[in-house]
Design a protein around this ligand. Structure first.
Ligand SMILES: Cc1cc2nc3c(=O)[nH]c(=O)nc-3n(C[C@H](O)[C@H](O)[C@H](O)COP(=O)(O)OP(=O)(O)OC[C@H]3O[C@@H](n4cnc5c(N)ncnc54)[C@H](O)[C@@H]3O)c2cc1C
Length: 309
């Protein structure tokens, strides 16, 4: 891991930085590259534009590691209202959330209760919910949580990270329950004894996992979303699918709002399923720092905004 990436990921967890950095106008301008605005309405307006290109979206209302269950209740209420609104406005928008936003640091049982409320409402509205995956200290608990929720609901997916050595085992261990998976590389700072550190090794593992998943799509009909902007990996996955005769309509890619937008349009034009994940909300600091860490060159983009206005 480069020093720039390490520093940005360290900064993502630093309270002093959060309190100061978020007040700078130039940073607030720069955040707009990845976030259409702080409200659900901003994200819905962005979705309407993407839908013109046949690209549906997933919404994440930013928030994580809440300290009091009343905050979890507020977050859950937001998602319930959002799902109602999506249903009323007849838009193809799914939701994806972090378990620590609805109390995972405080109570497994309460988190399950809030999550079930959200999933139930989504099910009634013919909608789906994904669970974001957080740092490695949450993975065991999150898998247990997912297995638990899957016993009752089939409209739930889970994100897993290719940088962790354990992920192939986790997938195989879960495959009997027909999981829905969003595969990503992983956005946190992890130690060498549990995670690949070199990009080349992460990419290779992503492809190994993808080869396994592409076959599971074909054999079990499970839903898999390949969450990456890595065009080389996307191509490898497309090739693998065609080798085993999986039609392109069965492949789904997911990418983040504001990143490789032209390539997202192209995938849609070529007939692949592509869904854009849009994050919004006031609590954007740690999420934004992880986006900067993914491409430290983005820091220059922030710096350029100092000279705006
Ligand atoms: C839909 C989706 C959901 C995600 N959910 C989670 C989650 O729940 N948990 C989790 O740990 N991680 C999540 N991530 C983040 C993921 O783990 C990676 O950190 C991130 O996607 C960058 O890796 P990459 O696969 O795009 O490949 P990279 O090899 O890092 O990037 C490929 C190319 O994409 C471009 N690119 C990538 N990131 C950026 C950026 N921030 N800004 C500008 N250009 C960029 C660059 O040009 C780069 O060359 C998610 C990512 C996506 C797309």
């Amino acid at each position: 891991m480069g020093a720039g990436r390490s520093l940005l990921l360290w900064g993502s967890k630093n309270n002093w930085m959060r309190n100061h950095v978020t007040n700078f106008t130039f940073v607030r301008h720069a955040v707009k590259k990845f976030m259409p605005g702080e409200t659900a309405t901003d994200a819905i307006n962005a979705t309407r534009e993407l839908l013109k290109k046949k690209i549906p979206t997933t919404f994440t209302h930013l928030g994580e590691n809440i300290k009091d269950l009343s905050e979890a209740e507020t977050a859950a209420k937001h998602y319930l209202e959002l799902i109602n609104r999506i249903n009323n406005e007849k838009l193809d928008i799914e939701v994806s959330l972090k378990l620590t936003q609805i109390g995972f640091d405080l109570s497994f049982g309460k988190t399950l209760e809030f999550f079930k409320q959200i999933t139930k409402r989504a099910k009634e509205c013919n909608n789906n919910v994904f669970i974001d995956i957080e740092d490695s200290s949450y993975v065991d608990k999150t898998l247990e949580f997912y297995k638990n929720i899957k016993e009752e609901y089939d409209n739930v997916g889970l994100c897993l990270q290719a940088y962790l050595y354990r992920t192939m085992n986790d997938l195989k261990d879960m495959i009997e329950i027909n999981p829905w998976i969003r595969l990503v590389k992983g956005a946190y700072k992890e130690p060498e004894n549990i995670a690949f550190k070199k990009k080349k090794n992460v990419d290779e593992n992503f492809f190994e996992l993808s080869k396994y998943l592409v076959r599971q799509i074909q054999e079990r009909g499970i839903r898999v979303a390949f969450g990456t902007h890595d065009l080389r990996l996307q191509q490898q996955i497309r090739n693998e699918a065609s080798v085993i005769g999986l039609p392109k309509e069965k492949l789904e890619f997911q990418m983040l709002y504001g990143i490789k937008t032209a390539e997202q349009f192209k995938l849609a034009e070529e007939g692949y399923n592509i869904r854009t994940l849009i994050s919004y909300g006031e609590f954007w600091y740690p999420w934004y720092m992880r986006r900067l860490a993914e491409r430290p060159a983005n820091v220059w983009f922030v710096a350029k905004n100092i000279f705006r206005n």
